[in-house]
Design a protein around this ligand. Structure first.
Ligand code: HEM
Length: 466
């Protein structure tokens, strides 16, 4: 259980910056992607006197547990405020986190994710804002709509338009549907909202059998839908779906490892890297199943794939971005698909695991801040990694952590190479269903490493302690 942050008086310069930022939200913005103010809610709420502002004093050692505890307490406080005379839908609570060190601002994103479900279940919405917040705008995912001058969270009541933020998660959507579903059944709703509502994934109906319900087993089997009667397609289909789930698992572990790095807890980071790597090894194992497909067997169902290709895997792309292999062009492939674009762009704009690893090197005095940022200096980064290997023994925490990062990087490389090999034996040099040159394209992709300077540092190493 974390320390509970105390309410404090907001410093005057912070109050001024927050007021200016909120005034900006009442205006239009060229990059917003639609007409009207950035936030249509702020002006009427302000005029109704429905916005409360509070400040919490964070301490430099505060981590995710303290932030989650603080958010929970603010949710509780919000519930106890007297309603603002008939204008309840406008009620909101802005809480500034004063004193949170810069490299920990991002923990607010993780804290928001952690409490989101319970907040939404209470009919509320929680949004986090800070100078590096990766949340993309709904109408233009390149517009960084949640960047504020200081870290803060906003609580407010769920509103009809919140379908924009709740449509892609079935549990969150169920809460929305419970409150606003009637509007869609009865009235006229904007076409954009109607499309989100109709396409939102629904939780399956309960069967009353604990085993079947816990993991939605009937739905799971119903989702196994090979398109032909050829048995080999089942292996391909199952491998694809299982790999998707495993991408998601590895991504979750990578994000958890990042939380460890942000608070300089390398033990915790290593714990999650270990499981991320185990997930990648499982992913590699699926190529053993797929390499049993003969060219003729694959061709028996290839036409049924149409243009379906792993290039459309937004989970894989999100995972690549989380590992630091980012590409705006690859993100743009998912534009116009509301259910997935937000996740891909969030990862594109968010710090990667490698950014966080370099942050650790900076705070350990091994790398200058300027050499770790956007224009990172590969020579300096390489030397920092090499120094760890030269100076530490195998029991040193930094060496063990660096090798845990390497374990993950290597299994990512293995997955890519096994994909290449398997594709080469099944389709040879035919083009891919996604329209690339196939094997040649995959060969090029497979030459790239995640955490590149960690690999390159090997060049600078000879004998030595580790
Ligand atoms: C065994 C049959 C498979 C073949 C012949 C195959 C072939 C290919 C080819 C040729 C590409 C290049 C893009 C294109 O033109 O389509 C590709 C990309 C990709 N495939 Fe596969 N694939 C297979 C199975 C899978 C499976 C089961 C997955 C798991 C989800 C997968 C995930 C991916 C991903 C994520 C990419 C994009 C790679 C990147 O951007 O670096 N593939 N695949």
């Amino acid at each position: 259980m974390g320390r509970v942050m105390q309410l404090c008086t907001m410093p005057a310069d912070v109050a001024e910056a927050v007021a200016e930022w909120m005034a900006g939200l009442t205006r239009a913005h060229d990059e917003l992607g639609r007409k009207g103010p950035v936030c249509p809610f702020v002006r009427p709420a302000d005029e109704a006197g429905a916005i409360r502002t509070e400040c919490l004093r964070a301490e430099s050692g505060d981590g995710i547990e303290e932030l989650v505890a603080a958010l929970r307490r603010q949710v509780h406080r919000f519930g106890e405020f007297p309603a603002s005379g008939g204008r309840e839908p406008l009620d909101s609570l802005v809480t500034v986190m004063d004193g949170l060190p810069r490299h920990r601002w991002r923990l607010l994103d993780a804290a928001q994710r952690r409490i989101r479900r319970e907040v939404v279940a209470a009919g509320l919405m929680v949004g986090q804002f800070h100078p590096e917040c990766p949340e993309p705008g709904y109408w233009n995912p390149s517009f960084m709509v949640s960047r504020s001058p200081v870290p803060l969270i906003v609580l407010r009541r769920m509103a009809f338009h919140d379908i924009l933020f709740l449509h892609s998660d079935p549990a969150l959507f169920a809460e929305y549907d419970r409150r606003f579903g009637r509007w869609y059944q009865e009235g006229k709703v904007p076409a954009e909202f109607r499309a989100l509502y109709d396409n939102a994934p629904r939780l399956p109906a309960a069967t009353g059998r604990p085993y079947l319900d816990y993991q939605s087993i009937p739905l799971l089997h119903a989702l196994h839908q090979p398109r032909t009667e050829h048995q080999p397609e089942s292996s391909f289909y199952l491998a694809g779906q299982s790999m998707e789930l495993l991408f998601s698992l590895v991504l979750g572990e990578v994000r958890a490892a990042q939380e460890g790095m942000v608070v300089d807890d390398l033990g915790r980071c290593g714990w999650h890297l270990r499981r991320a790597t185990a997930g990648m090894r499982l992913l590699c194992g699926f190529w053993d199943l797929l390499s049993t497909l003969s060219p003729a067997e694959f061709n028996s169902f290839r036409d049924a794939l149409g243009e379906a290709s792993g290039l459309g895997s937004y989970k894989y792309r999100t995972l690549e971005f989380a590992l630091g292999a980012k590409s705006p062009a690859m993100a743009a492939r998912h534009d116009g698909v509301p259910a997935v674009a937000a996740e891909v762009y969030r990862a594109l704009h968010d710090a990667s695991a490698y950014d966080d690893a370099l942050g650790v090197l900076v705070r350990r005095g091994l790398l200058a801040d300027d050499d770790a940022g956007h224009d990172r200096d590969p020579v300096a980064v390489r030397s920092a990694w090499a120094r760890i290997y030269r100076e530490e023994t195998v029991s040193g925490d930094l060496v063990r952590w660096a090798e845990a990062l390497m374990d993950l990087a290597e299994t990512v490389g293995r997955w890519r190479r096994l994909h290449l090999l398997t594709v080469e034996r099944i389709i040879g040099y035919k083009p891919g269903t996604g329209g690339t040159a196939g094997v040649e394209w995959l060969r090029d992709v497979a030459t790239h490493h995640v955490f590149p300077e960690l690999w390159e540092a090997r060049l600078q190493l000879s004998g030595g302690p580790a």
